[in-house]
Design a protein around this ligand. Sequence first.
Ligand code: M6R
Length: 373
Amino acid sequence: MVVEIFDVKTGKTLPKKIEILAEEEKEDLLEEKHYMLKEILEQPKTIVKATEQEEQKLIDVALDMLRAKTVVFTACGTARYAAIIGRYLLSKVANKFSDVIMSHEFQYFSDSIDKDTLVIAVSQSGETADVLEGVEKAKEKGAKVIAITNVVGSSLARIADYTFYLNCGTEVAVASTKAFTGQLVVLYLLAFAAINKIKKCKDSVTEVAKKIEENIHQNDSVLKELAEKMKDKKDIYYLAKGIDFAIASEGALKLKELSYMHAEGMPAGELKHGTLSLIEEGTPIVAICPKDYTCKETLNNAQEAKSRGGFIIGVSDENNDLFDVWLKIPKVEEIYYPIVSVIPLQLLAYYTAVAKGNNPDKPRNLAKSVTVK
Ligand code: M6R
């Protein structure tokens, strides 16, 4: 293809640099019925693709993170839940405190942003208006901006000082799945780059992807049966703690987007501060309790819900007497549990939408990318 740019008045060719952003990708459904299912099932591959990042760039950004007075993540929806996991990772792996601000609230914190702030913007599309507005404000204040995005050449990628792409291919379904796990992988790499362990992190993520591949169909019949039960419920609560907490919120977001049910994710310890009064006979509670440092306490909180009649759906690598239904995840290195725990929750949302007769690819009232304020 030849592209030339002319001055319309003089007809002369203008010496403009032409940048080819990406070959148009063809997304075929092949044997899957919906894009969402196809994108969920692609994750063992896309997770590995997301590790393909330039090592020097990871190191440079990690050093900027460590040097910055303040590190702030900004994002919306699913991308914000990835950012919350990024925050836990920075603290746990690199001992660096950071914060996460929803992009549409970012402007109200701009007084505290300055040239010593590093802003990490996470956005699948790179076109979310709220994200772009926040990032532009941060740049005006002299902050450095890092983008984690999927769409090559997106507005966010063009504004940022450094950009990491997810390499996971076009995400067609409105509900974000493979982009979320791709965002997590980049955040893991950044946290481990800060302690000089990029290679180790890449190897661990590749191992995690293999385990997901082996596990991804293991819960199929349990999930389909559960979805039939769930479709008539009004409310559902998702509990988790520590690094797994954002997976509770992400599981709830997936379910409400697609099934139009009320779903709420929360840190398990928050249950007794109010929500417990809503639990009655048969209320579904998803307890995300992989065998990590959060497990014991999350199980204690789930027990409180169970004794009020809660129906407990456990997401774990080990079964427990408390669970009415067990969604099995593979055993992985402790810090990587969020990547494996989200998969059965994506599938649960998918199958519940299908059981209700909803189109999981195009939920009502929602757009793939929110480009208006
Ligand atoms: O393109 P972005 O990542 O900036 O989009 C942010 C949210 O609008 C998006 O994650 C939304 O919450 C998804 N539909 C969730 O599945």
